[in-house]
Write a protein of this length. Sequence first.
Length: 231
Amino acid sequence: MESHLGMLREDGIHVDMNHLKNGEVNLGTSIMAINFRDGVILGADSRTTTGAYIANRVTDKLTQVHDTIWCCRSGSAADTQAIADIVQYYLGMYGIVNEEAPMTQTAAAIFQDLCYDHKDQLSAGIIIAGYDQRHGGQVYSIPLGGSLHKQAYAIGGSGSTYIYGYCDANWRENMTEQEGVDFVKGALREAIKWDGSSGGVIRMVVLTADGAQRHLYLPDNGYTGPGTARA
């Protein structure tokens, strides 16, 4: 008869102990992205786990795939890194062939094609957010299975199950940048507090017509200062 430990579900709270043998690295995580008045904000915690063990406390789960298009990654670290690398390549080729920057929805469509076509082989939940001159800020989410959803804000990862109420109660359309940053920071702080698979620091990217600005916060509200994202 299978042991009780072997039957535990891997949902961010319970861990399949058989994965300890495989050494699978997962971004058991809390990720989100929102629209605000002037663009979009992406945020994520920084904990990466291998089975029940914390493999990295300061992982960067916010990945740039074009000048003003980024994604948040949850699921298998290897799967999501590979997908982001492929999308970055395609978007680079798109810009060369069409002599114009790709739109956020173009990036989301490429992500969806990859995630849906290989849904049986991948463990990947992706949130795409970006800013373009035609549509402004846009947020798309691709949960496990490869469906695509355009949303005003999107949350994902194991920690998201703890903050649906927080987000519903505090979300407002047309927030200022500071209000958006406070909303994302507050939601991720709650996710880190309650989800055992989320932790570390809060990383954030603010995307506007002026480009990308990175921020780093400690969960206790400490701010370490802004940084300029690489193009």
